[in-house]
Design a protein around this ligand. Structure first.
Ligand SMILES: Cc1cc2nc3c(=O)[nH]c(=O)nc-3n(C[C@H](O)[C@H](O)[C@H](O)COP(=O)(O)OP(=O)(O)OC[C@H]3O[C@@H](n4cnc5c(N)ncnc54)[C@H](O)[C@@H]3O)c2cc1C
Length: 416
């Protein structure tokens, strides 16, 4: 079933009886060439690129719940490639390029909207840091430029420019950044993978790995043993728990991150805006809700819900930045489990177990990475070599001391 304007009109005129299911609901086969554990954005994108780019057949995605039930359907939908470090910038720019063509490639409306992101600065030192970041972005063609306070007043007049503690002096804008509909991304990749023969198995939790003589032979699941030549794990917030079943202890802690949405308002916020003096970021959904978030809850947890002190902290940041937020009513809040790595950057690598591969440590920045992460993980699974843009994301960087610490806060996962 393809999507087109013609099809939409035809279905509208015939009572919408012709739409089929987006993917098949399958029983697991006894064996696959490659099993992907985790039906989130990264797992589904990996399966899609394995089938479409690397022409791998006999691929399955095993998901313990339903496709898209994890962080892919819980994030604040921001996509951007405004990174500083050489290990990160080319990777996120690769992802941005994939975003730019994603809907055409998948023939699916994921509502990718390049509506800009502006990172505000509040001091001369912060302006200089953003200038440096902007220059790094230009090295990969990511774009970006500094906005004066005057220009910013024209774009976002509702900001509290003259706040005595955190005066807003300007911002770094990336015009190509923006938002995408998060669950639409999962559905688009799932449909694309299914159409290329990938088996998507829901309600199938991986409960263990069968490993013999240092080689993985398959996975134990709630639906029995499934054999595989290679297994790729992409379970985000559950990374430590799942990899512990293979006897591995990861440089990752799991924390909760919350997100919030207000009642629907008239169009107010032009793109994504981030507060430079506190942790707060906000955009406006197409339905009109202000979508915002801030810091993680700061204690280790596998619960998909957060605590009230963080709600207060996030709203405080929002009120300092744009006091008019106090007039809007909060509609909903929710939480997801973040796989926070020791340097704030991800891992896409082989493990010491033959045939077992790992993708995780996305902290709270993994949504924007979904296309590149899937592509790079598929590259690694298919060719056994890292993709050019993901060579920094190895396990051994912690042993070698070559960490990719974008924030420069050291080995403290809750601060990244
Ligand atoms: C509130 C919030 C806001 C965020 N905002 C942003 C943002 O604005 N921009 C951005 O770039 N990133 C953001 N993120 C981060 C981003 O959502 C994640 O980094 C990314 O989605 C993680 O990858 P994933 O999609 O594969 O994860 P998930 O969707 O969590 O996928 C992992 C899947 O693995 C499954 N699983 C777990 N254990 C097993 C098992 N044993 N067997 C089988 N399946 C299993 C889970 O059920 C889940 O479906 C945010 C996250 C949250 C929670």
């Amino acid at each position: 079933m393809g999507f087109s304007g013609f099809r939409v009109i035809k279905e509208a005129l015939t009572g919408h009886r012709g739409w089929g299911e987006l993917w098949r609901n399958l029983e697991p086969k006894p064996e696959y060439d490659i099993i992907i554990v985790g039906g989130g954005g990264h797992g589904l994108a990996t399966a899609y690129y394995l089938a479409s780019v690397f022409k791998t057949s006999r691929v399955a995605v095993l998901e313990k719940g339903w496709l898209g039930s994890g962080n892919i359907g819980r994030n604040t939908t921001i996509i951007r490639s405004n990174y500083l470090l050489p290990g990160n910038q080319p990777f996120y720019e690769f992802s941005m390029k994939l975003w730019e063509n994603l809907e055409q490639e998948l023939n699916f409306n994921a509502m990718v909207s390049q509506r800009t992101i502006i990172n505000l600065f509040h001091s001369d030192g912060q302006r200089d840091a953003y200038r440096r970041r902007g220059n790094a972005m230009h090295l990969t063609g990511a774009g970006g430029r500094l906005l004066s306070q005057e220009e910013l007043r024209g774009i976002a007049p509702f900001l509290n420019f003259d706040n005595a503690r955190f005066p807003i002096k300007g911002g770094l804008i990336q015009e190509r950044a923006g938002t995408a509909r998060h669950d639409g991304v999962a559905w688009g990749y799932a449909r694309g993978a299914d159409r290329r023969g990938v088996d998507l198995i829901q309600n199938c939790e991986v409960t263990g790995f069968r490993i013999e003589a240092g080689k993985v032979l398959g996975v134990e699941t709630t639906r029995g043993f499934i054999g595989a030549k290679k297994v790729g794990v992409a379970v985000a917030g559950s990374s430590s728990r799942v990899m512990a079943k293979a006897g591995m202890r990861l440089p990752i802690e799991s924390h909760v991150l919350q997100a919030f949405v207000s009642e629907g308002l008239k169009p107010t916020i032009p793109g994504v805006i981030t507060f430079g003096a506190g942790h707060f970021y906000v955009s406006q959904s197409d339905k009109g809700g202000l979508v915002f978030g801030g810091d993680i809850d700061g204690y280790n947890s596998y619960a998909q819900r957060g605590n009230l002190p963080v709600v207060e902290d996030v709203i405080e940041g929002g009120m300092a930045l744009m006091p008019m937020l106090g007039r809007a009513r909060l509609l909903r809040s929710w939480g997801g489990i973040m796989d926070m790595s020791m340097d704030g950057s991800p891992i896409i690598d082989r493990t010491h177990i033959d045939g077992l591969y790992f993708n995780g440590g996305w902290c709270y920045g993994g949504f924007k990475a979904t296309p590149a992460s899937g592509y790079a993980f598929a590259h690694l699974l298919a060719t056994d070599t890292p993709h050019d843009t993901a060579t920094a994301y190895r396990f051994d960087r912690f042993a070698r001391g070559h960490v990719v610490d974008e924030k420069g806060v050291g080995a403290q996962p809750n601060l990244h």
